[in-house]
Each structure stands twice: as C-alpha cells, then as structure tokens.
Ligand binder design. Structure first.
Ligand SMILES: Cc1cc2nc3c(=O)[nH]c(=O)nc-3n(C[C@H](O)[C@H](O)[C@H](O)COP(=O)(O)OP(=O)(O)OC[C@H]3O[C@@H](n4cnc5c(N)ncnc54)[C@H](O)[C@@H]3O)c2cc1C
Length: 320
C-alpha cells in the first residue's frame, strides 16, 4: 500500500448519516466537482425495497442521497448503461462488483478509478429478518423501510420505526458469518480488486459514539492524491500495516481464505476440514434457531461469545 489513515467528511451531518465517516461520498462528489471524473457510479437511496439502487451520475452528486452500507442483495451494476465511451469514471463497490465492472467497462472507460468497500461478507434477506425479529416486529420478513447504518459511529440499524445499536445487531450475524450470500464462501480477497483506495470501518481505531471516521488505504498514487486533495475530506495518514491488520482481523481473514478449498469440495488438511464441518453445523443450527425464536437480550450476548470453529484453522506461524 502507499499509505493509510482515517478519513472523514467535513460536514458532521453527512458523517452522522454515512456508514462510518462519509469518505466514500466525499471522494465521489470530489471526483465530479474537481473534474477528475466525467461520471461516478454509486448506490443511491430509494424509497422502496431494496432501498438503494445503482446510478451513473454526471455533473453534481448529492452526498446526502448516497446510500450507506446495504447488507442485502442489490442487483450489481444495475443502471451502469451509457452509449459511446467515457474518459474517466469512479466506481464504488465490493471486490466482486469491481471485478465485474472492470471486465464490463474494458475498452469503454479510459480511466477507471476503483474505490473498494472492504466486504468480508454480504447478507441475504435472512439478516434483515433477524434484525426485525430482534426488534419485535410483527412481520420481520416484510419491513417497509430499513436503514442499516447511520446515526454516527458505529451507528444503528433501523427497521420500520424501531432501531438497535449496530454492534448489537451485527455481533452474531457478522461474528458467526450467518445469512451470507453463497459467493462469500469463495471470496479470496475482501479488500477489493485492482483498487486505488479501500475504505473500511474503523474498528479499534475510533472510539464508539462519535460522528465517525473511515479507515482508508491508498494502493496507488492516484488513490493517495485523491485522499489528500478531495474537498470536504479530512485525511490523517497515520496508520501502519500492523494497525490495519489488527482492525480488519487479518488472521481470521487468512483462516477464512483457507476454507475456500473446503467449500469447493477439495482435499484440505484435517484441522481445516474440521473447522469447515463445524462452521457448516454452526450456520445451520444458529440460522434455524434465531429465525424461529426471539431470545432475551442476554442470550444473544452469550451466543456472540461462543467459541468460533474458525479458530481451529491454523495460519502461518501456527501448527497444522
Ligand atoms: C456488504 C458490506 C459488507 C461490509 N463489511 C465490512 C467489514 O466486514 N468490515 C469493515 O471494516 N467494513 C465493512 N464494510 C464497509 C463499511 O460498512 C463502509 O462501507 C465503509 O466504512 C465506508 O464508509 P463511508 O462512511 O466512507 O461510506 P459512505 O459515504 O456511507 O458511502 C457508502 C458507499 O458504499 C456503497 N455501498 C453501500 N452498500 C453497498 C453494497 N451492498 N454494495 C456495493 N456498494 C455499496 C455506496 O454506493 C456508497 O458509495 C462493508 C460494507 C458493505 C456494503
């Protein structure tokens, strides 16, 4: 990487509404206003389900209407349609979306600026249903409105008119890797594909209950220049690789990557196979139970702290 640090939007109201610090929307708006890009592609909020959709934007970007992190399947690269060629475009997306966009736009966009959203897992609708159930909604599977993030850092999940702290809502679904879309089992690199910049939540780097900051990694000189020169974006480049590895839980990412071969049905060492089988059992049991029952709050905490089968899988420096 070139450099890394914390980044945040200068407008506190925008930071409050964003996923972490509003860096993504500041970068996109800046690319347009400073003339670096002819167009940008991002998810924008919409009123009806799935509450966000892709849009190719030229001219001006309304930062307040950019969707914060959406943890449900949204048709990838929808509305990325144009005639002729585009000189320069910035696109925000997860690893799989950037990979697809790169292939799709080859020969049609001269310079593609890739802003990756660190994505360890994307959820199917089971996660939204779980959040609705935890909040005691009568029909948790059919909400009228969901906001997964916002209200500062780490923020809150709001389903219809009820809300819950993000950390509480996410602890089991993300910690135990439940309700993942199938592709996540085979994703080797959550940090992006040929990315200029990767953006992530500032776990362990920013105290809770603040307006929020975004962890930003520049992989290219262009990414670095953007982080420093974007209007309305503050950037403090003070993170070392060790800080980033701690924040994103690098060792667990390595363990998860070793499971790809297991999920492909290939031969893997004994402890990897054991970890994989136990993860499958954990997924089935927890998803079924949590779909069926609404538990007292303390039980959710206990489940979140149960030992994780992933830890059985050795990574470099540990005995096979
Ligand atoms: C599915 C998913 C999983 C994630 N997992 C992690 C994680 O495990 N650890 C971590 O540190 N961070 C994770 N993130 C990233 C984190 O939630 C924030 O996106 C990141 O901190 C940038 O915040 P921001 O305030 O700068 O973004 P904002 O300024 O709020 O902008 C959000 C940008 O993300 C884009 N976006 C939102 N939802 C999606 C989506 N579903 N697919 C593609 N693009 C989308 C929007 O188009 C928008 O441009 C995840 C994000 C997503 C969408």
């Amino acid at each position: 990487m070139k450099e890394a640090g914390l980044a945040w939007h200068a407008d506190t109201r925008i930071r409050q509404a964003a996923s972490s610090g509003g860096a993504a929307r500041a970068l996109l708006a800046g690319c347009l206003s400073e003339g670096q890009c002819e167009a940008v592609y991002t998810l924008m909020r919409q009123k009806e389900s799935p509450w966000a959709a892709g849009a190719l934007i030229r001219g001006h970007l309304d930062a307040g209407q950019v969707a914060s992190s959406m943890y449900l399947p949204i048709t990838a690269l929808e509305h990325l349609r144009f005639t002729g060629t585009i000189k320069s475009m910035a696109i925000v997306g997860t690893t799989c979306q950037l990979l697809a966009a790169t292939k799709l736009l080859k020969g049609r966009v001269e310079t593609l600026l890739r802003i990756a959203i660190l994505c360890k897992q994307q959820k199917h609708l089971g996660f939204t249903r779980f959040a609705g159930k935890r909040l005691g909604l009568a029909e948790p599977g059919k909400p009228d409105r969901v906001d997964y993030r916002g209200h500062g850092w780490p923020g809150r999940v709001t389903v219809d008119n009820r809300s819950l702290e993000w950390e509480q809502a996410a602890a089991i679904p993300f910690g135990k890797r439940l309700w993942r879309v199938p592709g996540c089992l085979f994703c080797p690199n959550p940090l992006g594909y040929k990315a200029d910049i990767t953006l992530a939540d500032p776990w362990g780097l920013e105290p809770c209950d603040t307006a929020g900051k975004t962890m930003a990694i520049a992989w290219t000189a262009t990414g670095s220049t953007l982080l420093h020169a974007t209007p309305h974006l503050h950037f403090e480049p003070r993170l070392a690789p060790a800080d980033i590895k701690r924040s994103i839980d690098w060792r667990n990412l390595q363990r998860k990557a070793r499971l790809i071969r297991f999920y492909q049905g290939r031969n893997v060492p004994g402890r990897v196979a054991l970890g994989g089988h136990l993860e499958r059992i954990q997924t089935t049991v927890l998803e079924r139970c949590l779909n069926k029952w609404r538990l007292p709050g303390v039980l959710y905490k206990v489940i979140a702290h149960l030992p994780d089968p992933l830890h059985l899988i050795p990574v470099s420096g540990e005995r096979e």
